[in-house]
Design a protein around this ligand. Structure first.
Ligand SMILES: Cc1cc2nc3c(=O)[nH]c(=O)nc-3n(C[C@H](O)[C@H](O)[C@H](O)COP(=O)(O)OP(=O)(O)OC[C@H]3O[C@@H](n4cnc5c(N)ncnc54)[C@H](O)[C@@H]3O)c2cc1C
Length: 386
């Protein structure tokens, strides 16, 4: 008998959720994390993540998002942690752009509540939205507190008996018999199944996927609000605005509660465009002077009246897949390993359902959850598109 039913490599967003789901089913679980749980060196730092269900990226994600939303609520009731804030999300963009038509068609396909906002200047006065843009509002959307969520998943996993090792890096693994053997910088372990959730480091632990995953450096910033009382929901919800030149800007209202960095005061803003490819072990630290230009034009254009000086910036990692869609399923050419990677800058909101799918795949060899369109094999079979 092996020591564990499953070893999870990487206890970030997806790995922590997988550990919690595996342990809740009574599996013997070992989670191995090279940094602390949680930490800010990977893809999940910066405190907050948007949660949207009217999904412009592809309507096939909507059933997974509904399951994920229930998963966030379950995590809150199980642990008492505050993880999800339903602020709504305001969408604005050119009528013939990508964001508005695709958000609307996802909402229509699955009956997600989204309303047209005809009176944006009076309802949401802090935003400066071009008159020719269409504006939509999804009331059931909001944001997830990313580091609190990882902490809560890890706590739930430990409470159900999972062993989580922090500061222990996996060096190599191999299939042995019907299971796996994993070697770290501190020891060696055996399990029936391996779950790979190593984020931007996935190419190091799954070299077969290296050519299809590109880690990129992403920057987000915080700006001082000139009128703080105008920057809270409902007048100031989470938001996403398509810019014809710069891509998608997005942001958050003023968020209460502690941040990992006290300099992060004010309104968080980001630009959802893949940054330069990087080696995740050598990411240049963010600086206001060097990184502010990446998002500052979005502040001037869309938050003109309330956007003050930049108070902080941070660098975070995307792991781009070739088509921008996730890779979730059995690891190609391996019987005992499953993988979840290539989240391409939009995966956090799905963590509960991805953790559930990974637990199904690791323990049962199959899942009823509709993740087939995310198969890591899809590029080999169908030429790339998800
Ligand atoms: C700036 C930015 C903004 C984003 N905004 C949103 C958003 O608004 N909404 C949304 O849904 N998503 C968003 N995302 C995407 C989302 O955050 C990611 O998809 C998600 O965090 C990916 O989780 P992960 O578990 O794959 O990676 P991580 O959380 O980085 O976890 C991977 C873990 O594996 C560990 N690891 C790697 N190699 C090893 C090893 N050899 N041994 C042990 N441990 C190892 C790492 O240390 C890390 O903890 C954003 C991402 C960024 C960077």
């Amino acid at each position: 008998m092996t020591e564990y039913d499953a070893i999870v490599i990487g206890v970030g967003a997806m790995g922590a959720a997988a550990c919690a789901h595996l342990a809740a089913r009574g599996a013997r679980v070992l989670g191995l994390e090279r940094f602390a749980i949680p930490h800010e060196h990977g893809s999940s730092g910066g405190d907050t993540r948007l949660f949207r269900t009217a999904y412009f990226e592809h309507p096939d994600y909507v059933p997974l998002l509904r399951r994920a939303r229930a998963g966030w609520e379950h995590l809150e009731s199980r642990t008492g942690a505050r993880v999800f804030d339903e602020t709504g999300v305001l969408y604005a963009g050119p009528p013939d752009g990508e964001l508005i038509p695709a958000t609307e068609s996802s909402a229509r396909a699955y009956g997600v509540e989204v309303e047209e906002v005809a009176d944006a200047p009076s309802r949401h006065p802090a935003f400066r939205i071009p008159g020719e843009y269409r504006v939509l509002f999804e009331p059931g959307a909001g944001f997830v507190r990313s580091l609190a969520a990882i902490r809560a998943f890890a706590g739930a996993a430990r409470a159900d008996g999972a062993e989580l090792h922090e500061g222990e890096r996996v060096v190599e693994w191999e299939e042995r018999g019907a299971g796996v053997r994993v070697r770290t910088d501190a020891g060696a372990y055996e399990a029936n199944r391996l779950v790979l959730t190593a984020g931007a480091w996935t190419p190091q632990v799954a070299p077969g996927l290296a050519g299809r995953l590109t880690p990129t450096r992403q920057v987000v910033g915080w700006v001082e609000p000139r009128a703080p009382s105008a920057c809270v929901p409902p007048a100031f919800p989470c938001w996403a605005i398509e810019d014809p030149e710069d891509g998608l800007y997005y942001g958050f209202p003023l968020v209460d509660g502690p941040s990992t960095d006290p300099a992060r005061r004010g309104l968080k803003i980001g630009r959802h465009v893949p940054g330069p490819p990087i080696d995740p072990d050598h990411v240049a630290p963010a600086s206001i002077a060097g990184d502010e230009p990446h998002f500052r034009r979005g502040v001037e254009r869309y938050l003109g009246a309330v956007g003050g000086v930049t108070t902080a910036v941070t660098a975070c990692l995307y792991t781009m897949s070739p088509d921008g869609h996730f890779m979730v399923g059995p690891l190609p050419d391996h019987d005992a390993a499953v993988v979840a990677c290539g989240f391409s800058g939009h995966g956090f909101k799905f963590a509960p359902v991805i953790g559930e799918a990974l637990a199904d795949l690791a323990l049962e060899g199959r899942t009823e959850l509709p993740v087939g369109f995310l198969s890591p094999l899809r590029g080999d079979r169908a030429g790339g598109a998800a």
